[in-house]
Write a protein that binds this ligand. Structure first.
Ligand code: PGA
Length: 253
């Protein structure tokens, strides 16, 4: 269907500047010549600038792990979209479940951050996903529906076109318990159908939906072979150049 696969590495709160540069240098070697898969990495804020310098001339894109919705001002501890644009960030991860779980992120604040990112021409990786409790109570689809509606509230077709959705079941993040390709496909299909109900103009067919949650070189191909899975948001395995590169090169496995 012509959706370019997109693999992104979410480094979370890992890597000093020196370690980050080491990892990027390794990735540049391992991923040389990759064209049929889009790649992005999201280092911690302290390493973003150094990594952006190291990425010059490379096809690997830079992503932030979050952003605030104001341009500047008295918001201690926050980073603005303008600051991220200045250092060549292309993507911003927004609404990651760890932000929702530990830092009070809600559908409303996720929506504000998404709007700010788009306003400043940053592309968005918009994260959604149910907890284990919600899945066991049969609420997966209703939770996903609420998160999609809340996060995208007020956005038009032109804006949504540039959003990548990352479906990350919370019970699969960092636990080693990956969703089976069938489980993931079922939810991805549901998300695409939801987008189809919300937006016309072929948006749902074009929008990329990544899977996230314990993705490894071993399980990536099975997931990526599913019709509605267009990429992966990788945590733990993105901290190692060889593992992450093998995930990016899933077609060669
Ligand atoms: P994981 O994290 O690959 O370590 O499970 C994924 C994520 O949280 O984006």
């Amino acid at each position: 269907m012509g959706r370019l696969p997109f693999i992104a590495g979410n480094w979370k709160m890992n890597k000093t500047v020196e370690e980050a540069l080491d990892l990027v240098r390794g990735l540049k070697v391992h991923l040389k010549g990759i064209e049929d898969v889009e790649v992005a990495i999201a280092p911690p804020f302290t390493a973003l600038y150094a990594v952006s310098q190291e990425l010059k001339g490379s096809s690997i894109h830079l992503a932030s792990q979050n952003l605030f919705w104001e341009e500047k001002g008295a918001f201690t501890g926050e980073i603005s979209p303008v600051m991220l644009k200045e250092i060549n960030c292309r993507y911003a991860i927004i609404g990651h479940s760890e932000r929702r779980q530990y830092f009070g992120e809600t559908d409303e604040t996720v929506n504000q951050r998404i709007k700010a990112a788009l306003r400043y021409d940053l592309k968005v990786i918009f994260c959604i996903g149910e907890t284990l409790n919600e899945r066991e109570e049969g609420k997966t689809f209703s939770v996903i529906e609420r998160q999609v509606e809340g996060g995208l509230k007020g956005l038009g077709e032109k804006e949504v076109r540039d959003i990548v959705i990352a479906y990350e079941p919370v019970w699969a993040i960092g636990t080693g318990k990956t969703a089976t390709p069938q489980q993931a496909q079922e939810t991805h299909r549901f998300i695409r159908q939801k987008i189809e109900r919300l937006y016309s103009g072929g948006i749902s067919e074009g929008i990329r939906i990544q899977y996230g949650g314990s993705v490894t070189p071993e399980n990536s191909k099975g997931l990526m072979n599913q019709e509605d899975i267009d990429g992966a948001l990788v945590g733990g395995a993105s901290l190692n150049a060889e593992f992450f590169s093998r995930i990016v090169r899933f077609k060669e496995i």
